[in-house]
Write a protein that binds this ligand. Structure first.
Ligand code: PRP
Length: 207
């Protein structure tokens, strides 16, 4: 049995497929075209699972997948994990986790209303700053929240800054750098040691 590899839908999938192909791990169909969610590799008896980003750590933590490729934002948001290790920074998907708010509008005194889909990252950040916040959980398109008066600030990923600019927002505080990481199930690291090591060393050569 080869490795079961959980991949993040969207941007990360697009960027990580060439890296895996360079390691001779290629799905038997194009995951960006197919409606299938589980693919066999053309060689090496591996399986590739394509899932929502937030679910990649869950699959790897529970050992359903041996390895996962997902963003540091997803790993931080997932929180403390006993079931997997983060082994490699793949150097793709580079961006920043930032706070942002309406251009030229100072943050109010007192309790700050912050909207984000990254509620754990947001809570931890403001706790470290000893600032009291009211968290508003959204699933995406956070930029709308300050525009409609639902929140004073948002916490989101910033890459080019185009999304913020297009919505009259500006980046304020930097929370952390983000990039795509390889995570490995703790048990798989022992039971499939050679295969995991092989993948890690091949990926190290191509990143
Ligand atoms: C992310 C993020 C911002 C945007 C930032 O969304 O939530 O909306 O990218 O990129 P920019 O600074 O280059 O404009 P993404 O497109 O990944 O979709 P999502 O809302 O599903 O997370």
């Amino acid at each position: 049995m080869g490795l079961v590899i959980a991949l993040n839908k969207g941007r990360i999938l697009k960027e990580c497929l060439p890296l895996l192909a360079a390691c001779e791990i290629e799905p038997d169909e194009d995951p960006e075209e197919s409606r299938k969610l589980i693919f066999n590799s053309r060689a090496g008896n591996h399986q590739l699972i394509v899932t929502r980003s937030a679910d990649v750590p869950t699959y790897v933590e529970n050992g359903v997948a041996d390895v996962g490729i997902t963003g540091k934002d997803t790993i931080l948001e997932y929180g403390e994990a006993m079931g997997f290790y983060e082994l490699l920074d793949l150097g793709i998907g580079r961006c920043r986790m930032m706070t942002a708010g309406p251009v030229g509008v100072p943050e109010p005194q007192g309790v700050l209303r912050v909207a984000s889909k990254f509620v754990n990252i947001t809570r931890n950040y403001y706790q470290q700053q000893s600032r009291q916040v009211a968290l508003i959980k959204l699933s995406g398109a956070m930029e709308i929240a300050p525009l409609l008066g639902l929140a004073d600030s948002i916490v989101d990923i910033v890459d080019t800054g185009n999304t913020l600019r297009a919505n009259g927002l500006e980046a304020r505080e930097m929370i952390c750098d983000i990039s795509t990481r390889l995570i490995v199930n703790r048990a798989s690291l022992k039971t499939k040691f050679d295969q995991v090591q092989n993948l890690v060393s091949q990926l190290k050569k191509v990143v």
